[in-house]
Design a binder for this molecule. Structure first.
Ligand code: ZN
Length: 427
């Protein structure tokens, strides 16, 4: 049932009243250097914090066997996180409304060379209304919105009249296994919301993402007779060229994909990491590089992985040395398919009303070429999933930041959404 004007006003004001506290909370989250493999203290903080807020707590490990047996799970590499997944559940006195999952991820990507940052990546400095820090936008601001949208209701003596699972995951930046593990543990609801930084627009869909590592062999000789050797780094560059041919081909197919046709360059292939060779004057005997590439919604991850690997292998087979020493391809992360949120769901309409009440403009949507955990809810839980969050800048870059005014207003919109979707009851 649409909210009364009076209740809307109360909720909007309550978010404002709590916003200094929310900002302080976000600063605390940003101060955790929760890069891959270092998220345990972050998740322990969340466990304690959620428990203190009165939620019923659950904490569990990611199950390698179950995840790798599921088509949406990604293989574990040596650097896979061992941090627990944390879920806090709100149980209503009487379930009258619709249940909801509010999810965020608290893993962050590496900062790169520290000297390239103007602001300390973990100090959460605020300058001109922007908070700086690794993960400030992606997506600790969203995590603060999940918590403080509920706090806003509590401040005026209300709580959701439906079950709400507040899910804090990791591995979003590398496999998506954290969100998958929530699904495998049985968490579901009538809708899910994930406030990734999206400039107050709704993700209509997202592309799928694959990660794999390529190992290229060479034949080491002294550089004085390098013609008798075979340079693995040179070979790796040529193989990258073959992979780029696939990227170009896939981009040329965008018109076949309705929610991607308008995108300038939907398929982005990134060589994200490279290492190789042992000595400046030795022809390199090895080179290893990591690839990230996207695929269109509706395409199967394993089919597309095979297509790109087959193309690179066909190229290698034309090279006299590589044909005898074929490169190897190892999937070391994302194995995710894309999704489309079909327009017209009640969840989307409810968010549309909340957004319009907050911003005075209609809710807009976009297709993201990035991976988002929303795919788990769309593809496996099969529920409407609303990826909708504040304005962030320079995600994964130097001086990542989030606009605090956008966070305040997004939190307002989310609080209105929760109140209408779940209904409210007195505490
Ligand atoms: Zn993110």
């Amino acid at each position: 049932m649409p909210l009364s004007a009076d209740l809307k006003e109360k909720i909007l004001k309550s978010v404002d009243d709590g916003f200094d506290e929310q900002t302080a909370y976000l600063k605390t989250l940003v101060s955790f250097a929760s890069q891959r493999g270092e998220e345990v203290p972050m998740q322990e903080f969340i466990y304690t914090d959620f428990a203190e807020r009165g939620l019923t707590m659950d904490r569990f490990a990611m199950d390698e066997a179950a995840l790798t047996a599921h088509e949406g799970g990604a293989p574990f590499s040596a650097t896979h996180s061992k941090a627990p997944i944390v879920v806090g559940t709100h149980h209503p006195k009487e379930a009258k409304g619709r249940s909801l999952i509010l999810q965020h991820h608290l893993d962050v990507v590496p900062i790169g060379p520290r000297e390239m940052w103007e602001h300390d990546p973990y100090a959460a400095e605020i300058v001109d209304g922007w908070m700086y820090g690794r993960g400030a936008g992606d997506m600790k601001a969203g995590a603060s919105a999940n918590v403080y949208a509920l706090e806003a209701l509590k401040r005026i003596g209300l709580q959701p009249a439906a079950t709400v699972h507040l899910q804090s995951v990791v591995e979003e930046e590398s496999t998506g296994n954290g969100a998958m593990q929530c699904f495998l543990r049985g968490y579901t609801a009538e809708a899910a919301m994930i406030p990734e930084p999206s400039n107050m627009t709704l993700a209509r869909g997202a592309l799928g993402v694959l990660w794999f590592e390529v190992l290229v062999r060479g034949f080491p000789t002294h550089v004085s007779v390098m013609g008798t050797g075979n340079n693995a780094i040179d070979s790796a560059y040529r193989l990258m060229g073959a992979l780029r041919e696939v990227e170009e081909k896939w981009n040329a197919e965008k018109d076949q994909h309705p929610y991607c046709a308008h995108m300038e360059h939907p398929i982005n292939l990134n060589i994200g990491k490279i290492e190789g060779g042992d000595w400046g004057s030795s022809v390199p005997a090895w080179c290893k590089f990591q690839v990230r590439v996207s695929i269109y919604p509706g395409q199967k991850a394993q089919d597309k992985l095979k297509e790109i690997v087959d193309h690179a292998l066909a190229f290698a087979k034309q090279d006299p040395f590589l044909a005898q020493n074929l490169p190897t391809f190892t999937q070391n992360g994302f194995n995710s398919e894309g999704f489309i949120l079909e327009p017209g769901s009640e969840a989307e309409e409810t968010l549309g009303r909340a957004h319009e009440a907050t911003f005075g403009t209609p809710l807009e949507s976009f297709t993201t070429p990035a991976y988002i955990d929303a795919r788990v809810y769309a593809l496996y839980n099969k529920i409407p999933v609303l990826n909708y969050g504040p304005e962030g800048r320079l995600s994964h870059g130097f001086d990542e930041c989030v606009n605090l005014e956008s966070l305040r207003r997004t939190t307002q919109s989310m609080a209105l959404f929760i109140a209408e979707w779940c209904g409210t009851e007195d505490i």
